[in-house]
Design a protein around this ligand. Structure first.
Ligand SMILES: Cc1cc2nc3c(=O)[nH]c(=O)nc-3n(C[C@H](O)[C@H](O)[C@H](O)COP(=O)(O)OP(=O)(O)OC[C@H]3O[C@@H](n4cnc5c(N)ncnc54)[C@H](O)[C@@H]3O)c2cc1C
Length: 457
């Protein structure tokens, strides 16, 4: 397919994928492998979507829009890293280990032992000092119920919050905060009061309790834009596909009988046999043909709420911690990542930290100087050595629409890859993969859509 092609029927097997995030990338790669001629269209000048980094001249370094982590249970995402031959640019723990600090700065680790699941966590759980014995017993009972729960029963719980489900199982506020939300907040980007019980239980079934290695934690050891964007473009082009960046789809043209072409803001329209919209839900509506915008099927997506993430990047003039990353209870900084260690950088005398603030409703509009004071104060409580160091650089990245919010009842708004229009398909972390808004969900959605297109052809 050529973007110089005027409107009209395209050659068989051509697919236009709109959106160069992980969903669009994984769909385009899969379709190219299946022999389709793919065009991937991305409005920004680079691929990667919500996983990107930019260059900061002042510190001569790449800065991620936000710290991204994955787990070993993210098999589709890891599969994409392998497909693009970039896994060596990531690190994956050989056994899950997270150090958690409480308000008194007492460390305690959650880690996986050699025992088979679910016993792999028992030892660290017994030693975990941020919970009382009563809370531990209650958590063990709830974890047992989660492990035994069928998929059907889990789906029935989409209408209630995880917090309500936990409270009905005798979980104290401390158990929720120091255990359940420790995991749910970063993975679902909201706390258990606002996350559907079904979504949260899925996270524990597939991740934390899913197997001895399911929760091993991984991350990129390079900036996110250096991880796979270039390799993805090469992969698609080597298989006869085309990648167009810096051009936006204005809207699709057609009706319920089929999409006829894609009109761009600049340049000729693109015709294809199949069209895949791999864009966030709030952008979906305006890209559809006028006659489909209020269609009941597509309209559901507009009801998905979004949740913000704020990342604060701080450069210190000296080493302030040996930790690679850690979680902090009773503290606004939540999770701290030592980017100097993660990137294997020689920070000279200095050190760079990234503070990841999930469900950042109270931070998203906070003025920069106020946010700076708050983070520096909280960080001093969490890592006292930062109080003696000077901050040499401070960058805030605000992502207002970081993820969809898996609120109670939201499963009904997550659409399948097939639509009522025969040659129009959907992908994106928000579609009905069952996963929360993660890289794994994005990659799965792309693969689902590619399979749907291949079987519909
Ligand atoms: C700060 C932050 C931290 C995160 N942390 C984690 C984490 O630790 N672990 C994890 O698994 N996930 C994390 N996520 C979530 C994860 O990044 C997303 O779920 C995933 O990247 C979404 O991919 P996607 O392809 O579905 O959507 P996007 O990445 O949003 O891709 C959609 C693409 O469509 C393009 N587009 C939109 N409109 C048009 C148009 N008209 N024409 C052409 N192109 C268009 C957009 O520019 C974009 O590139 C985080 C997200 C953020 C923002």
């Amino acid at each position: 397919m050529d973007d110089n092609d005027a409107q009209g029927p395209a050659a068989a097997g051509t697919v236009l994928v709109v959106g160069g995030g992980l969903a669009g990338i994984s769909a385009a790669c899969e379709l190219a492998d299946l022999g389709h001629r793919v065009t991937l269209l991305e409005k920004r000048p680079f691929l990667g979507g919500r996983t990107y980094s930019f260059f900061d001249k002042q510190t001569d370094s790449e800065v991620d829009n936000g710290q991204h982590i994955f787990m070993k249970s993210c098999t589709a995402y890891i599969g994409l890293l392998d497909r693009l031959n970039v896994r060596h640019k990531t690190y994956l723990q050989s056994r899950m280990r997270v150090t958690v600090y409480d308000a008194q700065r007492r460390p305690s680790a959650l880690y996986s032992s050699m025992l088979p699941a679910p016993f792999h966590l028992v030892l660290s759980f017994l030693r975990y000092r941020h919970l009382s014995w009563g809370d531990k017993a209650a958590i063990a009972r709830a974890a047992f119920a989660i492990r035994r729960m069928s998929e059907g029963r889990r789906k029935e719980l989409d209408g209630i919050s995880f917090c309500d489900w936990l409270s009905a199982r005798g979980q104290s506020a401390r158990a929720i905060e120091a255990f359940w939300d420790l995991i749910i907040l970063p993975v679902c980007n909201d706390d258990s009061r606002r996350v559907s019980a079904s979504q949260a239980i899925m996270v524990f079934q597939d991740g934390f309790l899913g197997g001895r290695h399911a929760a091993d934690i991984g991350y990129a050891t390079v900036g996110l834009s250096s991880l796979l964007a270039g390799e993805a473009q090469r992969y698609i082009e080597q298989r006869g596909g085309k990648v167009i960046v810096g051009k936006s789809l204005q809207s699709l043209e057609g009706d319920q009988q089929g999409i006829r072409c894609a009109r761009l803001y600049s340049g000729p329209s693109i015709g294809a046999d199949a069209y895949l919209l791999a864009v966030p839900p709030r952008q979906l509506g305006k890209l559809l043909p006028e006659t489909l915008r209020k269609h009941e099927f597509f309209d559901r997506a507009s009801r998905l709420a979004m949740s913000p993430i704020v990342n604060v990047h701080l450069w210190f003039d000296r080493q302030v911690t040996d930790l690679e990353f850690a979680a902090f209870l009773d503290n606004d900084v939540q999770w701290v990542f030592n980017k100097t260690a993660i990137y294997g950088e020689d920070g000279g005398q200095g050190q760079r930290l990234c503070i990841s603030l999930s469900a950042a409703h109270k931070f998203i509009d906070m003025p920069k100087d106020q946010l700076y004071r708050l983070v520096v104060d909280e960080l001093r409580r969490a890592i006292p050595a930062t109080g003696e160091a000077s901050v040499t650089r401070f960058i805030v990245v605000r992502e207002r629409y970081a993820t969809f919010a898996p609120r109670p009842g939201s499963a009904a708004y997550r659409l399948p890859s097939r639509t009522p229009v025969r040659n129009l398909f959907l992908a994106g972390a928000w579609t009905d993969t069952g996963w929360p808004s993660t890289m794994e969900s994005a990659v799965r959605s792309g693969e689902n859509a590619a399979r749907a297109i291949a079987t519909a052809a």
